[in-house]
Design a protein around this ligand. Structure first.
Ligand SMILES: [Zn+2]
Ligand SMILES: [Zn+2]
Length: 719
């Protein structure tokens, strides 16, 4: 199967610049990491408008990317461009200079939210002339984080409006489906799209690789497949032994190191002189170290490099002979981005996706058309989520009192949310509008990287050093006692989690296993917002109350995935009001699916697990962003019901996307189950690593029949 290569982005950039100069917001969607080329657009634009004293703002999802871009811009040596980063690392003295003199400010949404917008009077001169806002890597703004950033950008446009400026948005995205629609939802104004036509650059053979069953026994005595990491290490060693310059993408840094080590070990036996031409690459390296590795690989001094996806953002390695992906990287767009590192003009190259033990991976290796023949996922975000919108309305009111004329800008939910904020005493309604009258900083109400309660602080136990924070809603499952936690590429083990103090004490440690938490969940329907009714099946989207309790965690060996044991945890249950998609089946449908009474619970449970695994194919989530519940008879529906819900308060848009793609999603789920070669269920189809019921009961064959009957009953999509 041939993969079309990626051409030079220049023409698209030029076309985008033309639109932007005419004042039309535009998104450029390209197959490769778009950040690098975009920087060149800014000076181009500044040059175009050099007659006027215009300014531009560049937003990157990470400080590191903004710093990289600053280096690229400065390297151009354009005298009229006064570029500077403005972020948490900028010294106070320099901040004054940036505000007074820079005409290109590179920052991140966090700084815009906490620094620039609340302090907008000090930026008046800059904002008054703000002509362009560049949003780089905009596909990174998805889910709850994306919804927050969408509201921060609405606040920016509103403040600019006050200064008489109406900046044009220029967005750069990886390939996603409907880029203009996603970008428009993000920035809140209509956006035109320019899509890279991916002109060929040498043919890339693309292989989909399903590891064989191993002799390792997993849960419920079921055999499991050989791990993607172990297979990737073998592939890397073989390719390097043939003199092929190969880059292997592995999900975790520890995994990348394990792949590099295993490949070196294999080479030491087969071709000893090549063993030290394989290395690991990780996010923690200094820029010089990264550069040295990139150059070594580019020149061929290094033949094999195992990297984490940190490489995906703005780093310069291309034109390799082969790329190995250990496990589906989570998004179809990422597959193209990573595979796009292979291929040079006039030479053939190879990309291999090795399936990990996950229903989505196993679906993809059996359904190449899902990778090659369909548009990539849509970027999902939901700026109307009241849990996101509320704090930003407070922040906006603190920046400038809100008036009736602002209601449209913040979306249809604004009116209702404002009333609640007034009732809670956070805003005051006066004839002139809504006012923030409290003493604290309104922007502190929104932590744009998380929702739901105060963040949990990660503290190094021996030194008392604060390492960072973890989302409150994720804390029980990620920083419970005994958890292995990766923080900025470094590995820690959690000593204790103090819920009263919101602190997790950790120690640096690098065990050869990973941990995954398991939870028990209950769900109650609050309200169905959308319903599609067939005689024997109903599909719903709506509001639910989820009660979730993390009860234990599993330890798995890194290279093989072997389960080392399960450890019980004593954590309280948590309540969550969120959004869910759910479907119900009548007794008649169960009969049609040939399910006996005692088969139903296992069939629904297996269908739930696999459908959670497949949702990321339709929405930009991973399976840890969502959860599920299934019951042979749910008290709120009176029928067999399977729920899949958004894991953060108020929802993130994933369940809604599942509802919209209901037929295709459930059909793909059925095919994933039916296509797995295992006997009666394995991690590649219906077993879930986070099941609080220990993956019991599960009925693989029953789930396949049930889903087939459900999809048949739903029929073709209404026109
Ligand atoms: Zn299976
Ligand atoms: Zn389960």
């Amino acid at each position: 199967m041939a993969l079309v290569g990626i051409g030079a982005p220049w023409e698209h950039q030029a076309a985008a610049a033309e639109l932007a100069v005419a004042g039309r917001s535009v998104v450029v969607a390209t197959g490769t990491a778009s950040g690098k080329s975009l920087a060149y657009l800014l000076p181009v634009l500044s040059g175009l408008v050099s007659g006027e004293p215009a300014t531009a703002l560049y937003l990157a999802p990470t400080k590191a990317l903004a710093a990289d871009q600053l280096r690229s811009v400065r390297a151009l040596g354009l005298p009229d461009v006064r570029a500077a980063t403005y972020d948490g690392d900028t010294p106070p003295a320099e901040r004054d200079w940036v505000r007074a003199h820079a005409n290109l400010v590179l920052t991140n949404p966090d700084m815009l939210h906490r620094g620039m917008l609340p302090g907008h009077p000090r930026w008046a001169a800059y904002l008054r002339r703000l002509r362009y806002v560049v949003v780089d890597e905009c596909h990174a703004y998805r889910g709850v984080f994306g919804s927050h950033v969408a509201q921060v950008l609405r606040r920016l446009a509103r403040v600019c409006d006050r200064y008489g400026a109406a900046p044009t948005f220029l967005l750069a995205s990886a390939t996603v489906s409907e880029p203009a629609a996603s970008a428009g939802r993000l920035v809140g104004v209509p956006v035109s799209e320019i899509i890279d036509d991916a002109s060929p650059r040498g043919a890339t053979e693309f292989a989909l690789w399903e590891p064989p069953m191993s002799d390792l026994v997993g849960e419920r005595e079921m055999l499991v497949r050989r791990s993607a990491t172990a297979e990737a290490a073998d592939l890397l060693a073989h390719l390097v032994a043939d003199g092929t310059r190969t880059l292997a993408f592995v999900r975790s840094r520890r995994g990348a190191e394990a792949v590099a080590l295993a490949a070196q070990r294999a080479l030491r036996e087969a071709v000893p002189e090549l063993a030290d031409r394989v290395a690991a690459y990780r996010a923690g390296y200094l820029p010089e170290e990264r550069r040295a590795l990139e150059v070594a690989l580019q020149r061929g001094d290094l033949l094999g490099l195992a990297a984490t996806s940190a490489l995906e953002l703005g780093v310069d390695v291309a034109g390799l002979d082969a790329v190995v992906l250990a496990g589906f990287p989570g998004r179809v767009a990422s597959v193209w981005q990573q595979a796009g590192r292979a291929g040079r003009a006039g030479r053939s190259s190879l990309a291999v996706l090795v399936a990990s033990d996950d229903p989505l991976d196993s679906y993809l290796v059996h359904h190449p058309e899902a990778l090659f023949g369909r548009p990539v996922e849509a970027t999902v975000l939901d700026p109307d989520n009241p849990y996101v919108l509320g704090p930003h309305l407070c922040a906006a009111a603190a920046e400038l009192p809100l008036t009736e004329s602002d209601l449209d800008r913040f979306g249809p939910a604004t009116d209702g949310v404002l009333t609640k904020l007034v009732d809670r005493g956070l805003l005051r309604r006066r004839p002139a509008g809504w006012f923030w009258t409290r003493r604290e900083r309104a922007c502190d109400l929104a932590d744009i990287r998380s929702v739901g309660g105060p963040p949990i602080r990660l503290v190094e136990a021996s030194t008392g050093r604060l390492l960072g924070t973890v989302d409150n809603s994720a804390a029980h499952s990620t920083v419970h006692e005994g958890a292995v936690y990766l923080h900025q590429g470094e590995s820690y083990v959690v000593r204790s989690l103090d819920l009263a103090e919101d602190v997790a004490l950790v120690e640096p440690d690098d065990p050869d296993y990973s941990t995954s938490a398991r939870d028990l969940t209950d769900i109650a329907v609050v309200e169905a917002l959308k319903t599609e009714q067939c005689p024997e099946v109903c599909l719903h989207f709506g509001t639910v109350d989820v009660t979730r309790q993390v009860v234990s965690y599993l330890r798995r060996r890194l290279l093989t995935g072997e389960i080392l044991g399960e450890v019980g945890l004593d954590l309280p249950a948590r309540r969550l009001r969120t959004r869910a998609v759910w479907w119900t089946a009548t007794a008649a449908l169960l009969e049609r699916a040939g399910l006996d009474r005692e088969d139903v619970a296992g069939a629904a449970h297996a269908a739930e697990h696999a459908s959670i695994g497949l949702l990321p194919l339709f929405a930009t989530c991973d399976r840890w962003d969502i959860g599920g519940v299934s019951m042979a008879m749910h008290p709120d529906t009176g029928r067999t019901t399977v729920f899949v819900y958004d894991g953060s308060p108020g929802g993130a848009g994933f369940a809604e996307r599942g509802y919209a793609a209901g037929r295709s999603w459930l059909k793909a789920t059925q095919e994933a189950i039916a296509g797995c070669g295992c006997d009666s269920g394995c991690p590649s189809c219906v077993q879930s690593p986070k099941c609080g019921n220990g993956n019991s009961p599960l009925n693989k064959a029953g789930a396949s029949r049930l889903l087939r009957a459900v999809v048949e009953e739903l029929g073709p999509a209404p026109a």
